[in-house]
Design a protein around this ligand. Structure first.
Ligand code: MN
Length: 285
């Protein structure tokens, strides 16, 4: 099932080029004033899934190009991201980083406030001596609370999959700052539930800047598997329903600039499109 959030934070089931509005079947949905329904939906999805599926059968279709899509996450408790999880990306970064520990697999956090909707605009900060780069990544949305999760049970904690662009200012400084500017985590265009992804470790992922294919890889090259990442992260921090876990980027990262259009596709999920603009510097006083 492909789940999306649209217009006034309504919930849709994507069906080809249209969506079915199943908001009335979502427990606790009270309009845009509260987003907690989403976290509860992530947690209780298995129980409410049959109701949503029934509602989708009878709801009228709305063409996807006539709705405002939001990122398929609402107030994620946290966004965890994997660093250095494809060997070809580690290799391309060797000439760029002088701290070798940055080339080892690890996890870091991105601010939840950095989420950007599909078709949104990445606003680059006025830091002209640094490049901002694109990183296309398969992202996991967590559906259950868990700590110290064994690898062999980790897949049971996944609600579904989506696309995340881990936009990054290169250079010195903590990752959590360089990757947490507002708009630096475009997510979408929807969430595909885990049962619709036969093997998350065999998905082609591609990213274009304008018409230039920059990243072209497959998740079978992940250094640490998705269960391995979930198990490791949960040995440090409790995973919660609605958490987003981004699995790392392959080679081909490169600069983005105001005026660029970015298009990212992951097999079995869809295509996420965003544009690039500039964050206006504060007025001088
Ligand atoms: Mn990344």
């Amino acid at each position: 099932m492909k789940l999306c959030i649209f217009n006034d934070y309504r919930v849709g089931v994507v069906d080809g080029d249209s969506l079915r509005d199943v908001t009335a079947a979502v427990p606790g949905h009270q309009g845009r004033a509260s987003s907690f329904f989403w976290v509860e939906m992530c947690r209780d999805f298995e129980q409410i899934r049959p109701t949503l599926a029934d509602a989708a059968k009878t709801a009228p279709g709305l063409p996807l190009d006539q709705v405002k899509l939001h990122a398929p996450v609402l107030n994620p408790p946290k966004i965890i991201a994997a660093a250095s999880n494809y060997s070809d990306h580690v290799t391309e970064m060797q000439s760029r980083v002088d701290m070798t520990w940055m080339l080892d697999f690890d996890i870091f956090l991105k601010a939840p406030s950095s989420v950007l909707d599909p078709f949104g605009e990445i606003r680059l900060p006025p830091v002209r001596d640094r490049e901002a780069h694109h990183e296309v990544e398969l992202a996991v949305v967590i559906g259950r609370t868990g700590a110290d999760i064994p690898e062999e049970e980790a897949l049971e904690y996944i609600l579904g999959y989506t696309i995340l662009l881990d936009i990054t200012v290169r250079g010195k400084g903590d990752r959590s700052r360089r990757k947490s500017y507002d708009t630096f985590s475009p997510i979408g265009p929807w969430l595909v539930t885990a049962d619709d992804i036969a093997d998350p470790h065999d998905l082609d992922l591609k990213l274009w800047v304008n018409e230039d294919l920059r990243q072209d890889a497959n998740t079978n090259h992940l250094l640490v598997s998705i269960p391995g990442m979930i198990s490791y992260a949960s040995s440090i921090m409790t995973l919660q329903p609605g958490d987003v876990f981004s699995t790392g980027t392959p080679a081909g990262v490169g600069p983005i600039n105001p005026g660029d259009s970015i298009r990212a596709t992951i097999e079995g999920i869809g295509t996420l499109r965003v544009s690039v603009g500039e964050r206006q510097p504060p007025l001088s006083r």
